[in-house]
Design a protein around this ligand. Structure first.
Ligand SMILES: [Zn+2]
Length: 149
């Protein structure tokens, strides 16, 4: 498992931010797999990164200290040690975003096509059903916009 796949999404994003804002100082390569760094912020934290066994990585921040958590500081150090992984991460996120948007667009079009084929009775049933489940503000907005009250 890679550092990225073991870290949470928010640790990855925040780690990328730290990396882009040059918050990693003192990166030292111990060997091909192990690195140390200091991540600079309001507080400075010491990171030990082991890419062959990511869970053995450590950081002195409150979130990760003494736990097997891959925090944003560890991810930032990983990106600093392997800049191409930062590029890959961003590209992959963009690809996923585009995929999601494509999916949403297709679903929207399918829904529109479906609605257009419904009979008046089916539309009444569907709208009544939906109005039973929407939050109050949507229901109230519906009443207001259509001058029902
Ligand atoms: Zn940390």
């Amino acid at each position: 498992m890679s550092v990225i796949s073991l870290a949470s999404g928010s640790s990855c994003w925040r780690g990328l931010e730290y990396y882009k804002n040059n918050k990693i100082s003192n990166l030292k390569k111990i060997n091909k797999y192990e690195f140390t760094s200091t991540v600079v912020g309001t507080n400075n934290y010491d990171v030990y990164l082991d890419v062959s066994h990511p869970r053995r990585s450590t950081c002195t921040c409150p979130l990760a200290n003494g736990k097997r958590i891959l925090c944003k500081h560890i991810v930032a150090t990983y990106f600093k040690a392997f800049p191409e992984e930062a590029v890959n991460f961003e590209k992959e996120q963009e690809r996923l975003q585009e995929e999601y948007e494509d999916y949403q667009e297709k679903l929207y079009n399918k829904t529109q096509n479906y609605i257009k084929k419904l009979s008046k009775k089916e539309l009444i049933d569907e709208l009544s059903y939906i109005l039973d489940y929407v939050p109050d503000w949507v229901y109230n907005d519906f009443i207001r916009r259509n001058d029902i009250e």
